[in-house]
Design a protein around this ligand. Structure first.
Ligand code: PGA
Length: 243
């Protein structure tokens, strides 16, 4: 694991965006995935800015496909707080140069099993991921791969952990009764050629320590990244104190 400690959130965001832009700029076609939420917001905005500046990244984006990491079951792209909406508002709608292809997850799909199948099919056809950018939950989740997740799974539906249900309140303007998530699996993440995990704030310090210095266990899903051959952890100083 490569560790990059940044002085603050902004530097973390710029560093991660620059690394993502480098991958997109490289020759050939690419498949990339970003998370949604507070942690990646700065990175996603900076990435959009780099694309819109033109040059190699803008050219590379036309050879790059984008796939969503996860979604709340019960929310669609129109719903505030959905990951699809986050992607549209902060990334897709802002790019002057479009991706070669985009796969968003529909948390309102009539058949969630078929929705997992669509996600798997997109990644099978265009993957493996060249870059998977991830956040880390307070329980160590990656996407919605919650505690106890089967590391062998691809896309699946999973009950949200109590920790996730508590944290999610900040993303919704009213109480939502969300019980499940749909997510890329750990198999997709571990098959990615490069993983970037971003985290900021003192509240993430303890879980980062468990994930990267403790045993590899599905009780802390992010600990599996210790076995990834090309994982860069980009954190601010507050999150890094126990690493
Ligand atoms: P956060 O979530 O950005 O709300 O801290 C991170 C995550 O759950 O991956």
């Amino acid at each position: 694991m490569n560790l990059i400690v940044c002085k603050n959130y902004e530097e973390m965001s710029l560093t991660a965006a620059a690394q993502a832009a480098d991958i997109v700029s490289a020759p050939g076609e690419h498949l990339i995935s970003f998370p949604g939420g507070d942690t990646p917001l700065g990175m996603v905005r900076e990435f959009s800015r780099l694309v819109n500046k033109g040059g190699g990244v803008a050219e590379g984006i036309s050879r790059t496909r984008y796939v969503q990491l996860d979604e709340w079951v019960g929310l669609g792209a129109e719903d505030a707080g959905s990951c699809a909406r986050f992607n549209q508002e902060n990334l897709l709608n802002n790019l002057r140069h479009p991706f070669l292809g985009v796969h968003l997850i529909d948390g309102l799909a009539a058949s969630l099993e078929a929705e997992c199948g669509r996600l798997n099919a997109f990644i099978d056809r265009h993957g493996p991921l060249d870059l998977s950018v991830l956040g880390i939950g307070l329980n160590g989740h990656l996407g919605f791969n919650e505690e106890g997740v089967d590391f062998e799974k691809t896309a699946h539906i999973i009950p949200l952990s109590e920790t996730t249900k508590k944290v999610m309140r900040k993303y919704f303007d009213r109480d939502r009764d969300l019980e499940y998530g749909i997510t890329q699996g750990i198999r997709h993440i571990m098959a990615a050629k490069k993983v970037i995990l971003i985290a900021n704030g003192a509240h993430k310090a303890a879980i980062l320590k468990r994930a990267f210095t403790g045993p590899v266990t599905n009780a802390v899903p992010a600990s599996i990244l210790q076995r990834h051959g090309n994982c860069t952890v980009i954190v601010d100083r507050d999150a890094a104190v126990e690493l």
